[in-house]
Design a protein around this ligand. Structure first.
Ligand SMILES: O=C(O)COP(=O)(O)O
Length: 215
């Protein structure tokens, strides 16, 4: 039986691609680099802001250039994310139903923690989530299980009783590494064939998540 749910943020709860792409492209422009279209930026998302920038900077440049672009990205995104970030359809209703069933809920994102917290505070009713964790300096990002296990510890539940819901292989690996029950969603940022090939439960609409969790 599933006793609690952890959600990924980007590509699972929120469609943040337009805001991320706009910020990344402005950050790249400040350093004289060409921008990328939405399809390319979609493929860069999933391993946090530094990797987003590393993937956006031409491979011939050293990591120090990704550092500089990441600083420009963080500064820009802090001021602009709200313009390009919205909930996916059905998310508000899904979370309300899960709350009505007294299910503890959490967010675990590789997005820097301050942005994760700001987005959750702005787009969700206060108290929707019991725990919200983005990527914090000095901690390992997903797929390392430490963040997921920290949430299990706060919930005081065995990780096997928790589902981890996300849109990418990073999320699936996180679930596996933490011994949680994975659910993949098909409306996020990874190609459906890639998700299907994993054999993990793959759901296509929020009402399917509700049916899966509340039997
Ligand atoms: O910022 C990222 O790269 C991904 O964020 P996510 O973990 O919420 O998908």
């Amino acid at each position: 039986m599933i006793q609690a749910a952890i959600f990924d943020l980007d590509g699972t709860l929120v469609d943040s691609l337009p805001g991320i792409a706009a910020s990344l492209n402005r950050a790249l422009a400040t350093r004289g680099h060409a921008g990328h279209d939405l399809d390319a930026v979609r493929s860069f998302i999933g391993n946090g802001s530094w990797m987003l920038c590393r993937r956006g900077v031409p491979a011939s440049f050293p990591d120090s250039e990704a550092d500089a672009v990441n600083r420009a990205f963080m500064d820009d995104y802090d001021r602009t994310w709200l313009r390009g970030t919205e909930l996916f359809p059905g998310i508000t209703e899904l979370l309300a139903q899960l709350k009505a069933h007294h299910m503890p809920l959490a967010v675990l994102s590789n997005k820097p923690h301050p942005f994760t917290a700001d987005i959750v505070d702005s787009l969700f009713t206060a108290g929707t989530f019991d725990v919200v964790l983005g990527h914090r300096e000095g901690t390992q990002p997903k797929p390392d299980p430490s963040g997921a296990l920290e949430i299990a510890n706060i919930f005081d539940l065995p990780s096997t009783g928790i589902t981890f819901i996300g849109d990418s292989l990073v999320d699936l690996e996180t679930a596996t590494n933490a011994r949680m029950q994975p659910i993949l969603v098909s409306w996020g940022y990874r190609p459906i064939e890639e998700l299907r090939a994993t054999g993990a439960p793959l759901l296509h609409a929020t009402h399917e998540i509700l049916n899966h969790l509340i039997c």
